[in-house]
Design a protein. Sequence first.
Length: 768
Amino acid sequence: MGYMIRWALLCILMVGLFLAPTTPGLADDRQAAPLISTDELTRLADAGEFDRLLTSLRTTPEDATVDSLIKDIERFQTSRAEQANKQRKAYNDAYQKMVRQADAGQLEEAVFTALLARDLAGDLKPVFLKDEKVTEILKRTEAAAKESEAKGDWVEALSLYRSLDELFDDYATYHKQLKLAANHLRVLRAYAPDELERLLRERSERLKKNREAEEAAQKALDAKNATPEEIKDKQNKQNTDSNKDDEIRPLDKEPWEKKLASVELPMLKQTIGNAGKKHVSSRGYAQLLKGSAQAMITLVDTKAIAVTFPAMKDEVKVAQFRQRFSDVITEIDNATGYSYLDALGLIDRMVGINSETLNLPEEVIVYEMTEGAMDTLDEFSFVIWPYRRESFARTLQGKFYGVGIQIASKFDHKTKRDRLIVISPLADTPAYRAGILPNDIIAEVNGEATTDWSIDQAVRTITGEEGTIVTLGIQRGEEPALRQFKLVRAEIPIESIRGWQHKQDGSWDYYIDRDQKIGYVRLSEFIPQSAGDLDAAVKQMEKDAGINALILDLRFNPGGLLSSAVEIVNRFVPEGTIVSTVGPADTRSSVFEARPERAWKRRIPVVVLINGGSASASEIVSGALQDYHRALIVGTRSFGKGSVQDVFKIDNDKAYLRLTTQYYKLPQGRIIHRKPEDRTWGVEPDLKVEITADEVAKAIEFRQKVDVLPGNAPPPAAGAAADANKEPAPKAADILEKGVDPQLSAGLLVLKTRLVARHIALAQNAAK
């Protein structure tokens, strides 16, 4: 079946889901209206059957509250129908582009475009993945990835395998190949950064040539089919993307000797000892030892690092090294098991193999063997080496000291460089009080130019000890000279709770619908004060106009403290198990119960928004509320990170081991953690509202603009000319009016329907 036929089927589905009559006259449909089942109204809204909901609502007597809901649903349906049409066209364009790229031999680009087409295919994703053109591209891409492996081009291999892995959206199909390529790339980055930079540059040049060829082909097609406006939009986007791709960021080339300073053999032994006994999925020491041996083979198979370790130029010794570690792997596979003493003995033997052959620096062997052992576990288990120990220890303090700005890296077309830009100052912080504004460019920090600085480097440099001074050189607009701001670092309050829109004083207004008294709260992370901040938000609404319903937005919330998640669930659930933890062999270790005195007295309707960025504590909250039928979950499936990590000191506190020791279990027994072999994981929403990657990006960008604080700059001088080119700041209401966030709009419709259903029930009872 061709893609046009599939899209015809998809559009039929979308019409059934999103289109509904938009008859302006409501009174004609409401004459002699019968009593309506308000339970049915709620059921239809909860299921997302908004077309049938509209039909039912139009049979009710005229009522301003009902009419308002009808208009909201019609607006939502119209917006989704328009998006469906755009999605259909975007799918057709992506499919054609994918085929064109594949025919031109641009496989990496073809797979990337296939990812876009897959996401645009909606419910027909399985059909798309079986398409003959897609199948052909996958086979050719897999062959190209294997060829890149053989050539030692691990940059290309990793990119191809990652694209294939993302296309299937599972961990199993290309998991082994992806991990191997990533490990080779890590070795290159550590010991041969110049070689890695060369591979990156070659890839960039290759992609640039392919892009230029694709743009020429696209231009020819546009000349035939596209409107002038569409051509202009595509050219602007292509220019921006081209400029970004032409730049190769400098690599961190800090010497490996500095990074591996103080790495010693006891760290490897204690890591394997702890992991073998305490990891939640521990199968003993064998898998860890095998990972260490495999890491040695990966090391010598990364031939480019011979520039750093000349001993690897001796092919005879390399072959001996490789063969002896291959023999170790065979020995481990044939063994019945290892005690800890056995494991220690084998570690010493493996270290001895190096001494007897290549004699690479012992800290390199210890580091690589440890990384190899940890690589057999989950992605959340790792060693914090002495080099990173201090910065990690600061994160455990739970406090943050800096100047109070949100920053981002933005491409500057004038300089052809990425620049550090202020997204927004935070209220009542040193930066806000000093007058730093949104869109200010941080050109210098302490007199050092920030050209090509990464966000991580900027954060490390700008933050620091409380009471110390940092000087920011700010470029504002077209001003020729930098403004110098000398700021005293202070403790910055972490804002985990955000509302619908800012008030004039910078505080939050939590009403998304003041007339219906519906609140909106975003949790960005779970920190100690999150539950208290949620209480304060609700109390503020109760004091203001009251609260009838609440939207709890957990999208892109990566998690945080378990205790905070438990407290928040307890606000809605007065009794019962909130979450429990299980260790190895499903042994139950901890149970967290609700306490009646911590629950809110009123039971209000709740919608929780989640997506693929909702992880850990977010999944505990949404999953527990779902299990108790205390909230309707709206959005897309959550991330699937339902595990507990403990931190262990190793080698007399010289380093740390972060180890997954338990899984979370929800009230009804679900384990939400995603493992490589799993096909189900995370929290599935009750009402699934799929949105495209483009919709997500636009919604995030729009929300960021709405959230911007104007800063504390002095007012313009009298008679100063206004900036005619400056766009007016978007308003929070535009998110709903313009259909920017369909998941939020759907959640709001669910709550409005419940309140309207209650309103209708009261009216019907009064009429009896």
